[in-house]
Ligand binder design. Sequence first.
Ligand code: GDP
Ligand code: IMO
Ligand code: MG
Length: 421
Amino acid sequence: MKKADVVLGLQWGDEGKGKVVDVLTPEYNVVARFQGGPNAGHSIHFAGQSFVLHTIPSGIFRDGTINIIGNGVVVDPVILADEIAAIEAMGVDVAGRLRISKKAHLILPTHRIIDAASEAAKGKAKIGSTLKGIGPAYMDKTGRNGLRVGDIVSPQFMERYERLKNKHMELLKQYDYDYDIAEYEKEWFEGIGTLRRFELIESEYAINDLIAADASVLAEGAQGSMLDVDFGTYPFVTSSNTLCAGVCTGLGVAPTHIGEVYGIFKAYCTRVGSGPFPTELFDETGEKLRSVGREFGATTGRPRRCGWLDMVALKYAVMMNGVTGLIMMKSDVLNDFETIKVATAYELDGQRIDYFPYEAADDLKPVYREFEGWNCDICNIRKYEDFPQAFREYVEFIERETGVPVKIISVGPDRDETIVR
Ligand code: GDP
Ligand code: IMO
Ligand code: MG
């Protein structure tokens, strides 16, 4: 029996999970999303084309792979139907490759409105949510009010939809927020129609049967460990468990059936939305990372905040996930820097600390270790041995600090720009 491997982000999201999952998919029979929803934006580049996936697993472009949207995911039928249509237009047999868990929760049009109204009411304290209705949908899930994908075939579906929508409209009265859902609601029901064309499954049985039959499964995380609802920079987090533990609850895979845990990180650090980011740069270096790395959100287009690699946060994420292999992305973005810095500790109230504190406020100062930059173009390198000495020193420092090997290095957005060690 094979074990399910996992790919997940170790920072604040956008590490390059889409690219890596697409690269690894040929080695797997199944790719499954276990949490999050259309707040995710996973970019894939191949054959001169690029694509951003929000709900569909990043294995969809590989023939012969089963892609599963697991029970832990929240689904907006409008966004999913748009994704399906766009991929079908590329000639991909999406219905043949995609299965959706009946237990995945639905994001209603009113969830989006509540998300927007709640963010607007927070003013300066806003989370910087993607406004896709993620938080409100998970609230209804844990509050035991939610509608699930499996409910769309029930004769009571309309009645239950109306009941929940009315509840949301009552809730919205407490906000001074104008809205009109008529247009979105129409598209939403069209999206529900699209979902009815797909195989809606008990994904926990399907995945465990596949594992028992020796199929290889890759679980694809969304967001990143520092956005985890329990261990991230709360309240500036998303509303799901982005950590490896989320694979167990979001797919029904037992902990004993988890194999490799691949943790992805950028060679530097980014964050989109509000919240603590100890190594954030507000100077021209940060600006340079943003422009060279094209750091603009794949879902919202917002400029991403940029800074140096944070080893304290990275080690925290490695610990929480039980990472067995590291994947370093966007190494090429650092091609042209005289010096590269990595935070190895923080200073708080004049004291040096080496853990991620309960509250990472503005007075938390990173303690940096400096590295000589490699100052050359590494995009065309395909063998680890061919990397410049300074680059290898950077990689080997990260391996020593985390105690985990860097197994894959990415030097560009394309499938081919990948070095597997
Ligand atoms: P995800 O959410 O983790 O899948 O990451 P995103 O797709 O939101 O953001 C990663 C961005 O970096 C995308 O635009 C990718 O095409 C791009 N990318 C991925 N790997 C590399 C790399 O090694 N080098 C460069 N320059 N870009 C990369
Ligand atoms: P991928 O999968 C980066 C951030 C938002 C916001 C916070 C809460 O592409 O890495 P939410 O919409 O979940 O209520 O937003 O989390 N966020 C992400 N940041 N990448 C993502 O996904 C994100 N999904 C949510 O910017 O700060
Ligand atoms: Mg993204």
